[in-house]
Design a binder for this molecule. Structure first.
Ligand code: NDP
Length: 300
């Protein structure tokens, strides 16, 4: 048996198309252009690539993109002043501060200074609380993308046994909340979980968000399970030439694909969904800010 591949690249393209359609309607019917401000402090190369991609895809969807690149030694107070300005700016509907921030800046303080209604990353403490209590929130992009793929592939998720490996604030915890809201029976596993293999084998839905290359082998997977691999890990690939590397997930794809019912590949699975959901959240924020109906299927 070989699992169905869940094509995140194609699905993300379809989300971006729906976003662009909605953006066009907002312009035509209401004269509104959703705007996303991305703030980058420092010159971390991976962050620069993410920010460039976000800006490009924002513009391709017809939205306004505002990039703020600040030097690595920017004082925290200056960053907070910029956030305050963006909070007041009516052309900005979404604000994203690229993480990680330099050590001298308190990331929690900065995130919690963002207007929760513009917090398109869904990391503000108010949005975390709203999500946890089943209220309308801005939902973190990566778990939102995972949820969309699961709903698209499985339909109604209620009653499914879901295991989330990883309990970070960015992925694991909000993923578990979303699955619980969709009436799954949810187990959250982490580094102290006893007999992780047995816990994983219970899962109809297995979400891996650990950050350890190929940690979950096929024999931890229940036959027919749906596997969402959030992990993005770069490992050496000498077979491609000296010094070459390749990306792998937290799941050992080659053994998992023989057992699972469906699986997201790495790359091309969860990764492309994250920016697509960021665009979706920006449109949602713009609609909410203007008292307009939210786009269907683009929120949790
Ligand atoms: P964190 O490092 O914040 O969290 C990792 C989690 O995995 C922790 O809860 C940790 O447990 C748990 N863990 C670590 N080792 C083990 C182990 N041996 N057994 C069981 N659990 C373990 O990572 P993130 O959540 O931020 O990211 C996870 C992965 O997802 C990374 O590969 C990251 O690159 C990727 N990612 C991908 C995104 C995308 O767009 N596709 C977006 C965000 C992240 P404990 O809490 O006990 O320490």
């Amino acid at each position: 048996m070989s699992a169905t591949l869940i094509d995140g690249k194609a699905f993300a393209a379809s989300i971006r198309e729906r976003v662009a359609g909605h953006v066009a309607r907002l312009k035509d019917d209401h004269g509104l252009t959703p705007g996303l401000a991305v703030v980058l402090v420092g010159e971390d190369p991976a962050s620069q690539v993410y920010v460039r991609n976000k800006g490009k895809q924002t513009e391709e969807a017809g939205m306004a993109s505002f990039e703020h690149r600040l030097p690595v030694d920017t004082p925290e107070a200056d960053l907070l002043a910029l956030i305050a300005r963006l909070n007041r700016d009516a052309a900005v509907h979404g604000i994203l501060v690229q993480l990680p921030l330099p050590d001298h800046i308190d990331a929690a303080k900065v995130i919690n200074a963002i207007d929760p209604a513009k917090d398109v990353d869904g990391f503000h403490i108010s949005n975390v609380g709203l999500l946890a209590t089943g209220q309308k929130a801005m939902v973190p992009c990566t778990p939102l993308g995972c949820l969309m793929m699961l709903r698209d592939h499985l339909g109604d998720l209620s009653g499914q046994e879901a295991v989330v490996v990883g309990r970070s604030n960015i992925v694991g915890k909000p993923m578990a909340q979303l699955l619980l809201s969709d009436s799954c029976t949810v187990t959250v596993a982490h580094s102290r979980t006893r007999d992780l293999a047995e816990v994983c084998r219970r899962a109809d839905i297995l979400v891996a968000a650990v950050g350890r290359p190929q940690m979950i082998p096929g024999d931890w997977i229940r036959p027919g399970a749906t596997v969402i691999d959030v992990g993005i890990n770069r490992i050496p690939a000498p077979e491609r030439g000296e010094g070459k590397t390749r990306l792998v997930g937290d799941v050992d794809f080659d053994s998992a694909v023989k057992v699972a019912g469906a699986i997201t590949p790495v790359p091309g699975g969860v990764g492309p969904m994250t920016i697509a959901c960021l665009l979706a959240n920006t449109v949602t924020a713009c609609c909410r800010a203007n008292g307009l109906e939210e786009p269907e299927g683009l929120t949790a």
